[in-house]
Write a protein that binds this ligand. Sequence first.
Ligand SMILES: NC(=O)c1ccc[n+]([C@@H]2O[C@H](COP(=O)([O-])OP(=O)(O)OC[C@H]3O[C@@H](n4cnc5c(N)ncnc54)[C@H](O)[C@@H]3O)[C@@H](O)[C@H]2O)c1
Length: 360
Amino acid sequence: MGVFASTDDPVSTGHEQVVFCQDKQSGLKAIIGIYSTALGPALGGTRFYPYASEDDALADVLDLSRGMAYKNALAGLDLGGGKAVIWGDPEQIKSEALLRAYGRFVESLGGRYYTACDVGTYVADMDVVARETRYVTGRSVEHGGAGDSSILTAWGVFQGMRAAAEHVWGTPSLQGRRVGVAGLGKVGKYLTGHLLDDGAEVVATDVSPKALAWVRANHPQVTLVDDASALVAADIDVYAPCALGGALNDDTVPALRAKVVAGAANNQLAHPGIEKLLADRGILYTPDYVVNAGGVIQVADEIEGFNFDRAKLRATRIYDTTREILRLADAEGVPPAVAADRLAERRMADVGRLRAIHLR
Ligand SMILES: NC(=O)c1ccc[n+]([C@@H]2O[C@H](COP(=O)([O-])OP(=O)(O)OC[C@H]3O[C@@H](n4cnc5c(N)ncnc54)[C@H](O)[C@@H]3O)[C@@H](O)[C@H]2O)c1
Protein backbone atom coordinates (compact mmCIF):
# COMPACT_ATOMS: atom_id res chain seq x y z
CA MET A 1 0.00 0.00 0.00
CA GLY A 2 1.22 3.49 -0.70
CA VAL A 3 3.02 5.63 1.83
CA PHE A 4 1.20 8.62 3.29
CA ALA A 5 2.65 12.08 3.35
CA SER A 6 2.74 13.16 7.00
CA THR A 7 0.42 16.06 6.21
CA ASP A 8 -2.41 13.66 5.38
CA ASP A 9 -5.43 13.78 7.64
CA PRO A 10 -8.06 11.12 8.40
CA VAL A 11 -10.58 12.67 6.01
CA SER A 12 -8.32 12.57 2.96
CA THR A 13 -6.93 9.13 3.85
CA GLY A 14 -10.40 7.60 4.06
CA HIS A 15 -10.25 6.27 7.63
CA GLU A 16 -13.54 5.25 9.22
CA GLN A 17 -12.73 6.44 12.70
CA VAL A 18 -9.86 8.01 14.60
CA VAL A 19 -10.14 8.24 18.38
CA PHE A 20 -7.97 10.40 20.63
CA CYS A 21 -7.76 9.09 24.19
CA GLN A 22 -6.34 10.86 27.23
CA ASP A 23 -5.97 10.04 30.91
CA LYS A 24 -4.01 12.89 32.43
CA GLN A 25 -3.19 11.25 35.73
CA SER A 26 -1.51 8.18 34.28
CA GLY A 27 -0.04 10.20 31.39
CA LEU A 28 -1.89 8.21 28.73
CA LYS A 29 -2.13 9.88 25.35
CA ALA A 30 -3.25 7.42 22.69
CA ILE A 31 -4.69 7.54 19.20
CA ILE A 32 -6.66 4.58 17.84
CA GLY A 33 -7.03 4.53 14.07
CA ILE A 34 -9.64 2.38 12.36
CA TYR A 35 -9.08 2.37 8.62
CA SER A 36 -11.68 -0.20 7.64
CA THR A 37 -14.12 -2.64 9.19
CA ALA A 38 -15.33 -3.87 5.80
CA LEU A 39 -14.16 -7.42 6.58
CA GLY A 40 -14.80 -7.41 10.34
CA PRO A 41 -13.51 -5.74 13.51
CA ALA A 42 -10.29 -3.83 12.95
CA LEU A 43 -7.19 -5.66 14.25
CA GLY A 44 -3.75 -4.19 14.76
CA GLY A 45 -1.18 -3.72 17.49
CA THR A 46 -0.44 -0.85 19.84
CA ARG A 47 2.82 1.00 19.20
CA PHE A 48 4.24 2.70 22.30
CA TYR A 49 6.74 5.24 21.07
CA PRO A 50 8.17 8.67 22.03
CA TYR A 51 6.94 10.56 18.97
CA ALA A 52 8.39 14.03 18.51
CA SER A 53 4.91 15.51 18.11
CA GLU A 54 1.22 14.67 18.03
CA ASP A 55 1.31 15.14 14.25
CA ASP A 56 3.96 12.42 13.99
CA ALA A 57 1.91 10.09 16.18
CA LEU A 58 -1.19 10.74 14.06
CA ALA A 59 0.66 10.23 10.77
CA ASP A 60 2.04 6.92 12.03
CA VAL A 61 -1.30 5.56 13.24
CA LEU A 62 -3.02 6.54 10.00
CA ASP A 63 -0.33 4.84 7.95
CA LEU A 64 -0.10 1.72 10.12
CA SER A 65 -3.86 1.19 10.44
CA ARG A 66 -4.31 1.38 6.68
CA GLY A 67 -1.48 -1.12 6.26
CA MET A 68 -3.23 -3.52 8.62
CA ALA A 69 -6.40 -3.45 6.52
CA TYR A 70 -4.40 -4.63 3.51
CA LYS A 71 -2.41 -7.19 5.50
CA ASN A 72 -5.49 -8.69 7.17
CA ALA A 73 -7.39 -8.78 3.89
CA LEU A 74 -4.66 -10.76 2.12
CA ALA A 75 -4.12 -13.01 5.14
CA GLY A 76 -7.69 -14.20 4.48
CA LEU A 77 -8.90 -12.97 7.87
CA ASP A 78 -12.40 -11.79 8.67
CA LEU A 79 -10.87 -8.71 10.22
CA GLY A 80 -10.48 -5.13 9.17
CA GLY A 81 -7.52 -2.86 9.70
CA GLY A 82 -6.69 -0.72 12.71
CA LYS A 83 -3.76 0.26 14.85
CA ALA A 84 -3.11 2.34 17.92
CA VAL A 85 -0.24 4.48 19.11
CA ILE A 86 0.55 5.52 22.64
CA TRP A 87 2.57 8.69 22.56
CA GLY A 88 5.42 8.71 25.12
CA ASP A 89 8.54 6.88 26.20
CA PRO A 90 7.50 3.42 27.43
CA GLU A 91 10.64 3.26 29.60
CA GLN A 92 9.47 6.37 31.46
CA ILE A 93 5.69 6.25 31.58
CA LYS A 94 4.44 2.70 31.09
CA SER A 95 2.47 1.66 34.17
CA GLU A 96 -0.41 -0.57 35.18
CA ALA A 97 -2.72 2.44 35.43
CA LEU A 98 -1.75 3.74 31.98
CA LEU A 99 -2.22 0.35 30.29
CA ARG A 100 -5.54 -0.22 32.05
CA ALA A 101 -6.76 3.27 31.14
CA TYR A 102 -5.85 2.41 27.56
CA GLY A 103 -7.73 -0.89 27.87
CA ARG A 104 -10.86 0.96 28.93
CA PHE A 105 -10.73 3.14 25.83
CA VAL A 106 -10.33 0.01 23.66
CA GLU A 107 -13.33 -1.52 25.46
CA SER A 108 -15.34 1.66 24.85
CA LEU A 109 -15.21 0.97 21.11
CA GLY A 110 -17.41 -2.07 21.70
CA GLY A 111 -15.36 -4.51 19.62
CA ARG A 112 -14.82 -2.33 16.55
CA TYR A 113 -11.08 -2.54 17.33
CA TYR A 114 -8.96 -5.42 18.68
CA THR A 115 -5.51 -4.54 19.94
CA ALA A 116 -2.28 -6.57 20.20
CA CYS A 117 1.49 -6.04 20.65
CA ASP A 118 3.68 -3.86 18.50
CA VAL A 119 6.91 -1.93 18.95
CA GLY A 120 7.17 -0.97 22.63
CA THR A 121 4.40 -3.28 23.87
CA TYR A 122 4.75 -6.88 24.93
CA VAL A 123 2.70 -9.96 25.73
CA ALA A 124 2.79 -9.05 29.44
CA ASP A 125 1.37 -5.59 28.61
CA MET A 126 -1.53 -7.18 26.74
CA ASP A 127 -2.29 -9.26 29.83
CA VAL A 128 -2.70 -5.98 31.74
CA VAL A 129 -4.78 -4.35 28.98
CA ALA A 130 -6.97 -7.50 29.04
CA ARG A 131 -7.99 -6.72 32.62
CA GLU A 132 -10.10 -3.89 31.18
CA THR A 133 -11.13 -5.10 27.76
CA ARG A 134 -12.20 -8.25 25.96
CA TYR A 135 -10.88 -6.85 22.70
CA VAL A 136 -7.23 -7.76 23.06
CA THR A 137 -5.14 -10.56 21.63
CA GLY A 138 -1.45 -11.51 21.72
CA ARG A 139 -1.63 -12.38 25.42
CA SER A 140 0.60 -14.79 27.31
CA VAL A 141 0.03 -18.54 27.22
CA GLU A 142 -0.88 -18.46 30.95
CA HIS A 143 -3.73 -16.10 30.10
CA GLY A 144 -5.06 -18.15 27.22
CA GLY A 145 -2.93 -16.39 24.65
CA ALA A 146 -0.79 -17.78 21.86
CA GLY A 147 2.58 -16.38 22.98
CA ASP A 148 5.49 -15.76 20.59
CA SER A 149 4.23 -14.85 17.10
CA SER A 150 7.64 -15.00 15.41
CA ILE A 151 7.38 -18.78 14.91
CA LEU A 152 4.51 -18.46 12.44
CA THR A 153 5.88 -15.22 11.00
CA ALA A 154 9.04 -17.08 10.00
CA TRP A 155 6.99 -19.99 8.65
CA GLY A 156 4.92 -17.60 6.52
CA VAL A 157 8.00 -15.81 5.16
CA PHE A 158 9.42 -19.20 4.20
CA GLN A 159 6.17 -20.02 2.35
CA GLY A 160 6.24 -16.72 0.47
CA MET A 161 9.87 -17.33 -0.46
CA ARG A 162 9.00 -20.80 -1.78
CA ALA A 163 6.29 -19.31 -4.00
CA ALA A 164 8.77 -16.75 -5.36
CA ALA A 165 11.39 -19.45 -5.96
CA GLU A 166 8.85 -21.46 -7.93
CA HIS A 167 7.98 -18.39 -9.99
CA VAL A 168 11.61 -17.64 -10.85
CA TRP A 169 13.27 -21.06 -10.95
CA GLY A 170 10.32 -23.42 -11.57
CA THR A 171 10.59 -25.22 -8.21
CA PRO A 172 9.59 -24.06 -4.72
CA SER A 173 12.55 -25.82 -3.17
CA LEU A 174 15.33 -23.61 -1.84
CA GLN A 175 17.78 -26.48 -2.03
CA GLY A 176 21.16 -25.27 -3.23
CA ARG A 177 20.05 -21.59 -3.25
CA ARG A 178 22.09 -19.03 -1.38
CA VAL A 179 19.81 -17.02 0.89
CA GLY A 180 20.96 -13.85 2.62
CA VAL A 181 19.25 -13.23 5.95
CA ALA A 182 19.69 -9.69 7.34
CA GLY A 183 18.72 -9.79 11.01
CA LEU A 184 18.97 -12.91 13.14
CA GLY A 185 16.39 -11.90 15.71
CA LYS A 186 13.24 -13.77 16.69
CA VAL A 187 12.05 -14.25 13.09
CA GLY A 188 15.45 -14.48 11.37
CA LYS A 189 16.54 -17.36 13.60
CA TYR A 190 13.50 -19.49 12.84
CA LEU A 191 13.70 -18.63 9.15
CA THR A 192 17.34 -19.72 9.06
CA GLY A 193 16.28 -23.09 10.51
CA HIS A 194 13.62 -23.61 7.80
CA LEU A 195 16.08 -22.67 5.06
CA LEU A 196 18.76 -25.03 6.29
CA ASP A 197 16.20 -27.83 6.64
CA ASP A 198 15.25 -27.25 3.00
CA GLY A 199 18.87 -27.54 1.89
CA ALA A 200 19.60 -23.85 1.31
CA GLU A 201 22.93 -22.23 2.00
CA VAL A 202 22.49 -19.32 4.42
CA VAL A 203 24.60 -16.16 4.47
CA ALA A 204 23.64 -13.82 7.29
CA THR A 205 24.41 -10.73 9.30
CA ASP A 206 23.30 -9.00 12.49
CA VAL A 207 24.50 -6.03 14.52
CA SER A 208 24.01 -7.88 17.79
CA PRO A 209 26.96 -9.94 19.08
CA LYS A 210 24.45 -12.06 21.03
CA ALA A 211 22.52 -12.96 17.88
CA LEU A 212 25.76 -13.82 16.06
CA ALA A 213 26.91 -16.00 18.94
CA TRP A 214 23.59 -17.84 18.87
CA VAL A 215 23.97 -18.62 15.18
CA ARG A 216 27.60 -19.70 15.53
CA ALA A 217 26.57 -22.09 18.30
CA ASN A 218 23.40 -23.45 16.70
CA HIS A 219 24.06 -23.28 12.96
CA PRO A 220 27.83 -23.25 12.42
CA GLN A 221 27.30 -23.87 8.68
CA VAL A 222 25.87 -20.34 8.25
CA THR A 223 28.32 -17.90 6.63
CA LEU A 224 28.40 -14.59 8.49
CA VAL A 225 29.22 -11.30 6.76
CA ASP A 226 30.08 -7.92 8.30
CA ASP A 227 26.92 -5.95 7.63
CA ALA A 228 23.80 -5.59 5.50
CA SER A 229 25.72 -3.78 2.72
CA ALA A 230 28.08 -6.75 2.41
CA LEU A 231 25.08 -9.09 2.31
CA VAL A 232 23.35 -7.07 -0.41
CA ALA A 233 26.53 -7.15 -2.53
CA ALA A 234 27.16 -10.86 -1.87
CA ASP A 235 26.54 -13.58 -4.43
CA ILE A 236 23.10 -14.57 -3.13
CA ASP A 237 19.94 -15.81 -4.90
CA VAL A 238 17.43 -14.58 -2.31
CA TYR A 239 17.58 -11.60 0.03
CA ALA A 240 15.56 -11.80 3.25
CA PRO A 241 15.41 -8.48 5.15
CA CYS A 242 14.50 -9.46 8.72
CA ALA A 243 15.71 -6.43 10.67
CA LEU A 244 14.40 -2.91 10.23
CA GLY A 245 12.28 -1.11 7.61
CA GLY A 246 13.70 0.69 4.57
CA ALA A 247 16.03 -2.18 3.61
CA LEU A 248 15.20 -1.66 -0.07
CA ASN A 249 16.32 1.82 -1.01
CA ASP A 250 18.16 3.85 -3.67
CA ASP A 251 21.51 2.49 -2.46
CA THR A 252 20.70 -1.17 -1.85
CA VAL A 253 18.53 -1.98 -4.88
CA PRO A 254 21.18 -1.08 -7.51
CA ALA A 255 23.74 -3.15 -5.56
CA LEU A 256 21.51 -6.18 -4.93
CA ARG A 257 22.58 -9.39 -6.66
CA ALA A 258 19.66 -11.54 -5.52
CA LYS A 259 16.83 -12.41 -7.92
CA VAL A 260 14.21 -12.67 -5.16
CA VAL A 261 13.43 -10.60 -2.07
CA ALA A 262 11.31 -12.19 0.66
CA GLY A 263 11.71 -11.14 4.26
CA ALA A 264 9.92 -10.40 7.52
CA ALA A 265 10.75 -6.73 8.03
CA ASN A 266 7.86 -4.29 7.82
CA ASN A 267 7.98 -1.41 5.35
CA GLN A 268 10.92 -2.73 3.35
CA LEU A 269 10.37 -0.28 0.47
CA ALA A 270 12.03 2.98 1.56
CA HIS A 271 9.77 5.10 -0.63
CA PRO A 272 7.20 4.75 -3.42
CA GLY A 273 8.90 3.90 -6.70
CA ILE A 274 11.34 1.36 -5.21
CA GLU A 275 9.00 -1.46 -6.27
CA LYS A 276 9.46 -0.32 -9.89
CA LEU A 277 13.23 -0.03 -9.49
CA LEU A 278 13.24 -3.67 -8.32
CA ALA A 279 11.05 -4.79 -11.22
CA ASP A 280 13.24 -2.91 -13.72
CA ARG A 281 16.29 -4.77 -12.39
CA GLY A 282 14.47 -8.09 -12.77
CA ILE A 283 14.30 -8.68 -9.01
CA LEU A 284 11.12 -10.36 -7.78
CA TYR A 285 9.92 -8.63 -4.62
CA THR A 286 7.33 -10.45 -2.51
CA PRO A 287 5.40 -7.71 -0.68
CA ASP A 288 6.43 -7.58 2.99
CA TYR A 289 2.93 -7.34 4.38
CA VAL A 290 1.88 -10.47 2.48
CA VAL A 291 4.74 -12.75 3.49
CA ASN A 292 5.08 -11.52 7.09
CA ALA A 293 1.39 -12.05 7.93
CA GLY A 294 2.04 -15.22 9.98
CA GLY A 295 2.18 -13.14 13.17
CA VAL A 296 -1.17 -11.49 12.64
CA ILE A 297 -2.65 -14.83 11.58
CA GLN A 298 -1.53 -16.17 14.96
CA VAL A 299 -3.01 -13.34 17.04
CA ALA A 300 -6.21 -13.48 14.99
CA ASP A 301 -6.46 -17.20 15.69
CA GLU A 302 -6.22 -16.44 19.41
CA ILE A 303 -9.51 -14.55 19.18
CA GLU A 304 -11.15 -17.91 18.28
CA GLY A 305 -9.24 -19.77 21.05
CA PHE A 306 -5.73 -20.51 19.89
CA ASN A 307 -5.05 -23.69 17.95
CA PHE A 308 -1.47 -23.90 16.69
CA ASP A 309 -2.17 -26.41 13.91
CA ARG A 310 -5.05 -24.36 12.51
CA ALA A 311 -2.98 -21.17 12.65
CA LYS A 312 -0.03 -22.90 10.98
CA LEU A 313 -2.29 -24.14 8.19
CA ARG A 314 -3.47 -20.58 7.64
CA ALA A 315 0.11 -19.30 7.62
CA THR A 316 1.03 -22.03 5.12
CA ARG A 317 -1.52 -20.50 2.73
CA ILE A 318 0.80 -17.51 2.37
CA TYR A 319 2.39 -19.71 -0.30
CA ASP A 320 -0.85 -19.73 -2.34
CA THR A 321 -1.51 -16.02 -1.80
CA THR A 322 2.01 -15.11 -2.93
CA ARG A 323 1.62 -17.29 -6.05
CA GLU A 324 -1.67 -15.59 -6.85
CA ILE A 325 -0.11 -12.14 -6.46
CA LEU A 326 2.82 -13.03 -8.71
CA ARG A 327 0.43 -14.45 -11.32
CA LEU A 328 -1.71 -11.31 -11.20
CA ALA A 329 1.37 -9.08 -11.41
CA ASP A 330 2.41 -10.84 -14.63
CA ALA A 331 -1.11 -10.78 -16.06
CA GLU A 332 -1.61 -7.09 -15.36
CA GLY A 333 1.97 -6.04 -16.10
CA VAL A 334 2.52 -4.40 -12.71
CA PRO A 335 5.03 -4.97 -9.88
CA PRO A 336 3.90 -7.53 -7.23
CA ALA A 337 3.47 -4.73 -4.67
CA VAL A 338 0.82 -3.13 -6.88
CA ALA A 339 -0.84 -6.49 -7.60
CA ALA A 340 -1.03 -7.22 -3.85
CA ASP A 341 -2.72 -3.89 -3.17
CA ARG A 342 -5.24 -4.59 -5.94
CA LEU A 343 -6.01 -8.06 -4.60
CA ALA A 344 -6.51 -6.71 -1.06
CA GLU A 345 -8.77 -3.91 -2.30
CA ARG A 346 -10.76 -6.42 -4.34
CA ARG A 347 -11.36 -8.66 -1.31
CA MET A 348 -12.34 -5.70 0.87
CA ALA A 349 -14.82 -4.56 -1.79
CA ASP A 350 -16.20 -7.99 -2.82
CA VAL A 351 -16.57 -9.49 0.65
CA GLY A 352 -17.18 -6.22 2.49
CA ARG A 353 -20.10 -5.53 0.15
CA LEU A 354 -21.96 -8.63 1.41
CA ARG A 355 -22.87 -6.83 4.62
CA ALA A 356 -25.33 -4.87 2.53
CA ILE A 357 -27.46 -8.05 2.24
CA HIS A 358 -30.04 -7.51 4.96
CA LEU A 359 -30.42 -10.46 7.35
CA ARG A 360 -33.24 -9.47 9.75
N1 LIG B 1 7.97 -11.01 15.28
C1 LIG B 1 6.92 -11.04 14.48
O1 LIG B 1 6.00 -11.83 14.65
C2 LIG B 1 6.88 -10.11 13.29
C3 LIG B 1 5.70 -10.08 12.51
C4 LIG B 1 5.64 -9.26 11.37
C5 LIG B 1 6.74 -8.48 11.06
N2 LIG B 1 7.87 -8.50 11.84
C6 LIG B 1 9.01 -7.66 11.47
O2 LIG B 1 10.13 -8.49 11.18
C7 LIG B 1 11.34 -7.84 11.59
C8 LIG B 1 12.08 -8.71 12.57
O3 LIG B 1 11.24 -8.96 13.69
P1 LIG B 1 11.78 -9.74 14.98
O4 LIG B 1 10.60 -10.01 15.81
O5 LIG B 1 12.67 -10.84 14.54
O6 LIG B 1 12.63 -8.58 15.65
P2 LIG B 1 13.93 -8.74 16.57
O7 LIG B 1 14.10 -7.42 17.23
O8 LIG B 1 13.85 -9.98 17.41
O9 LIG B 1 15.12 -8.99 15.52
C9 LIG B 1 15.66 -8.03 14.70
C10 LIG B 1 17.14 -8.35 14.55
O10 LIG B 1 17.71 -7.46 13.59
C11 LIG B 1 18.97 -7.06 14.06
N3 LIG B 1 19.35 -5.81 13.42
C12 LIG B 1 18.95 -4.54 13.72
N4 LIG B 1 19.52 -3.67 12.88
C13 LIG B 1 20.27 -4.39 12.01
C14 LIG B 1 21.09 -4.04 10.91
N5 LIG B 1 21.25 -2.79 10.52
N6 LIG B 1 21.72 -5.04 10.25
C15 LIG B 1 21.57 -6.33 10.63
N7 LIG B 1 20.80 -6.73 11.67
C16 LIG B 1 20.17 -5.75 12.36
C17 LIG B 1 18.82 -6.97 15.55
O11 LIG B 1 20.07 -7.03 16.24
C18 LIG B 1 17.94 -8.19 15.85
O12 LIG B 1 18.70 -9.35 16.11
C19 LIG B 1 10.89 -6.47 12.15
O13 LIG B 1 10.95 -5.51 11.12
C20 LIG B 1 9.46 -6.71 12.55
O14 LIG B 1 8.71 -5.53 12.54
C21 LIG B 1 7.97 -9.31 12.93
